[in-house]
Write a protein that binds this ligand. Structure first.
Ligand SMILES: Nc1ncnc2c1ncn2[C@@H]1O[C@H](COP(=O)(O)OP(=O)(O)O)[C@@H](O)[C@H]1O
Ligand SMILES: [Mg+2]
Length: 490
């Protein structure tokens, strides 16, 4: 009569997966013949308090099922027990005509639950009859089906979470790849540019050295010739007419007065070219793929020199003043070429921001991150950063016009870092923009102008390569300040 039971099977021990079918659920395979008495059935239900129902057979063939619930519901009615207890189950079965619910054992638990809970409210708690491939039947408690379903639900959630996590990891990896790609592209560009710059600088270097070197000789030769002319004029005050004519034609007095000036400006010019050449070489620093102890200020100055053309006054008379507040810095062990690239990126961004503000014809913001708005101040004061002068507010001064400014300040920190702050009094940026500035390819500039790489590369160089910090302080209308911290020894 009893072929297979799993009376105390603990559902939690089941190894279910998302596609588990009813096959995997424990059930009851307890059959009774229609000819057995109702009393026998009552005893069985009493003995097996967890048995959800009884499978009924006639001549070994499945006929139907009476659930425990239906059985007791009916038997608890007055006289029912007395009426049926000695009778065969068949009588009760015909009387009750219970509907039973048969599902194939291959149905998944999820599907089966869906079907089962859609039963009419009267039947919804009835056990489920599972048709086995062997032709037999098994009874599954509805409660067990729900438990299994909830377990699968938990599993699904866990897998979903795992999938989400995996996709997050994939996204992170993608970002890393993008970062690397951006870095590679930029590195390649910088290397190419560096080579070009170094090559050009080298080519210019020799001829400019000839000129600068020979200017001194030219100067002394000219002085000698002038002295000679002087002597001639002294001892031959009345020259021949031809000489007199030429003296007039070339305006000798003017020539003598002007010549030293010409020479001097040639000297200044060639000195400047030499400076530029040395800056270009310093900037490209191709020779220094290795870490080296360098003067950070030299790097910043070279960068500024290269960007000089963008700082000069435009046709509207708007220029950008750079105020340097250099502290006492030790030599810093770093990849100098790369750090110069960081200065270049951040200072160019500041210039971009100021130019944009100029175009929008704002006046420089007074409540900017710079200590205050500055009046027209003598340039040496700018460089020396006379604190008295520079802290003078426009309103206090009453006169002068505010400056579009970039302030670059440096200092050595107690913590073994050097700090370089680069601030501008441009338009600043919104919180949303600020959140994304270090993302590769993020730019707010028009196509063709922005690449969105400058800051992401700078971040890589400062944070990843030098173990430093790169931070941005900015708010709309407050200007922008970038704070770079680099360990003195990487
Ligand atoms: N000094 C600054 N003032 C205002 N916005 C800035 C400043 N520096 C950077 N940004 C913002 O950060 C963005 C990303 O900068 P960056 O990575 O250098 O790329 P790009 O300059 O090519 O746009 C800029 O498009 C701009 O919106
Ligand atoms: Mg940029």
């Amino acid at each position: 009569m009893i072929s297979h039971t799993l009376e105390k099977e603990n559902i939690v021990q089941l190894k279910l997966n998302l596609n588990s079918s009813l096959q995997e659920l424990p059930g009851w395979e307890i059959y009774m013949d229609l000819n057995s008495s109702v009393e026998e059935l009552a005893k069985l239900f009493e003995q097996k308090p967890l048995l959800p129902g009884i499978l009924l057979v006639q001549d070994q063939h499945y006929v139907g099922m009476i659930s425990r619930r239906k059985f007791y519901e009916y038997m608890s009615r007055p006289y029912s027990l007395a009426l049926f207890s000695n009778k065969p189950i068949e009588k009760l079965y015909n009387w009750l005509q219970p509907e039973s619910f048969i599902i194939s054992e291959n149905t998944t638990i999820v599907e089966a639950t869906q079907i089962a809970i859609q039963r009419s409210s009267e039947l919804v708690y009835e056990p489920i009859v599972v048709a086995l491939e062997s032709g037999k039947h098994r009874l599954i408690d509805f409660h067990q089906l729900l438990l299994a379903h909830s377990q699968i639900h938990v599993l699904t959630l866990a897998q979903l979470q795992q999938a989400t996590e995996q996709s997050r990891i994939a996204t992170t990896n993608l970002r890393l790849l993008q970062d690397n790609h951006a870095q590679l592209v930029q590195n390649e560009k910088m290397v190419a540019l560096g080579k070009l710059v170094a090559g050009v600088a080298h080519e210019i270097n020799n001829p400019i050295n000839f000129i600068a070197g020979n200017l001194d000789y030219a100067n002394s030769y000219i002085q000698d010739l002038l002295a000679l002319i002087n002597l001639y004029q002294k001892y031959y005050p009345k020259p021949k007419i031809e000489i007199k004519n030429l003296i007039e034609k070339i305006d000798l007095d003017f020539l003598i007065a002007d010549l030293p000036k010409v020479l001097n400006s040639m000297k200044v010019g060639s000195k400047r070219i030499q400076e530029i050449v040395s800056s270009l070489r310093n900037f490209s620093r191709l020779d220094e793929a290795q870490k080296k102890a360098v003067d950070i200020h030299e790097g910043i100055d070279s960068t500024l020199l290269i960007l000089q053309h963008r700082l000069k006054e435009n046709s509207k008379g708007q220029g950008i003043t750079v105020r340097k507040e250099y502290g006492n810095l030790p030599l810093v062990e770093c990849y100098a070429g790369q750090l110069n690239q960081v200065f270049m990126n951040i200072i160019s961004n500041a210039i971009d921001a100021l130019e944009e503000a100029m175009v929008n014809s704002h006046s420089p913001f007074s409540s900017c991150l710079l200590p205050s708005v500055f009046i027209d101040a003598p340039s040496e004061a700018m460089v020396k950063a006379d604190s008295q002068l520079t802290r003078q507010k426009i309103s206090d001064a009453g006169v002068g016009r505010p400056h579009w400014m970039i302030r670059i300040s440096t200092k050595a920190l107690d913590t073994g870092y050097v700090e370089i702050r680069i601030a501008d009094n441009g338009l600043g940026m919104t919180e949303e923009v600020k959140q994304r500035i270090f993302d590769p390819f993020f730019t707010t500039k028009p196509v063709g102008r922005g690449t969105g790489l400058g800051l992401s590369i700078s971040y890589q160089i400062v944070v990843k390569k030098h173990n430093g910090f790169l931070e941005c302080i900015s708010a709309p209308g407050e200007g922008t300040e970038f704070v770079i911290k680099i360990p003195i020894k990487v």
